[in-house]
Write a protein that binds this ligand. Structure first.
Ligand code: GRG
Length: 294
């Protein structure tokens, strides 16, 4: 299978749906909507919605019915990146090769664009597909999304990250921070795809194991790219972890061992797919993410 081609097809479908679910930039809220659209339509890889749609597909769901929930997950991801780039957080001026949202629209508008995307996510998840998915599955999936994005998931990881700056940390704390900050939303996406497709618990759990492993590998690769990646491919400067004196997998293990660890986690992830019949794309996606350059 041509995994990159399939990824592009998924990304195109998700981009078109995001465009539909985002409001038109007009009226008295025009400036905040422009900022929402700028960041939400700005060249993301769309990994999280892609995972949700693929798990839903291989568990027998109609992808169109799952699309609003997949877009909801991506809206929350977009809000997290807008807020993460703010001066009070990572203070990054560039994202995906373009000025960050606050650089383009100002800090207050960027903050509100992030807030509005978080609310729009839940509005979108519950709008179109209310009849196409079993209500109990939709409720469980949306609850998982709320949990994964909140204090015990992504936000929880972000506060651990902020509070670890300039402090000595250990590898277990670093891993726990990443499992929340980036892992929770990736795990939620995979499990939600299965839940929305009414899959049995064994499949939901296997999707969770797959995503937890690729989520951690994803972060380790991110740490490696910050040391050995190209700022052109990444669309942002490299070396920011060292500049901010941050502990990363590379500072604990070195570059080569970190790359090996990411490969090991990827192979664990692929093993957990054995309960699914049609696993070619997900295996390929895991391999792609491990060897990505952006
Ligand atoms: C501000 C509440 C709040 C949370 C921020 C996710 C996050 C939490 C911060 C992102 C920090 C970061 C750059 C982590 C590295 C890994 C990562 C999540 C990269 C961005 O995800 P991609 O590569 O992004 O899937 P694209 O650009 O493809 O959408």
């Amino acid at each position: 299978m041509d995994v990159k081609k399939r990824m592009r097809e998924y990304a195109d479908e998700i981009n078109a749906a995001m465009d539909r679910y985002l409001p038109e930039a007009a009226g008295p809220q025009k400036s905040v909507i422009e900022a929402m659209r700028y960041s939400a339509l700005a060249g993301s890889k769309r990994i999280r919605p892609m995972l949700m749609l693929e798990f839903a597909r291989i568990c027998g769901a109609d992808c169109e019915a799952v699309m609003p929930v997949a877009c909801a997950e991506e809206m929350i991801h977009t809000y997290s990146l807008i807020h993460d780039d703010l001066p009070c957080m990572d203070n990054d001026d560039m994202r995906r090769g373009k000025p960050s949202c606050h650089v383009k629209f100002g800090e207050a508008t960027a903050l509100l664009a992030g807030d509005a995307l978080l609310s729009l996510a839940f509005e979108t998840a519950l709008c179109d597909n209310i009849h196409a998915i079993k209500p109990v599955n939709l409720i469980n999936a949306v609850q998982l999304l709320a949990e994964a994005s909140g204090y015990s998931g992504m936000v929880g990881g972000q506060i651990m990250d902020l509070e670890s700056e300039g402090r000595k940390t250990n590898i277990d704390t670093l891993e726990s921070m990443h499992r929340k900050k980036t892992g929770a939303m990736i795990v939620a996406a995979a499990k939600m795809g299965c839940i929305l497709a009414d899959a049995p618990k064994a499949k939901v759990d296997a999707a969770g194991v797959f995503a937890a492993n690729i989520g951690l590998a994803f972060q380790i690769v991110d740490d490696c790219l910050d040391v050995a990646g190209s700022s052109v491919s990444l669309g942002k400067p490299v070396g920011s972890d060292a500049e901010n004196n941050k502990s990363t997998y590379v500072t604990f293990y070195g570059l080569e061992k970190s790359k090996d660890l990411a490969k090991q986690l990827t192979s664990e992830a692929v093993k957990s797919l054995s309960v699914f019949d049609d696993r070619e794309f997900l295996s390929g996606l895991a391999g792609f993410l491990c060897s990505r350059d952006r």
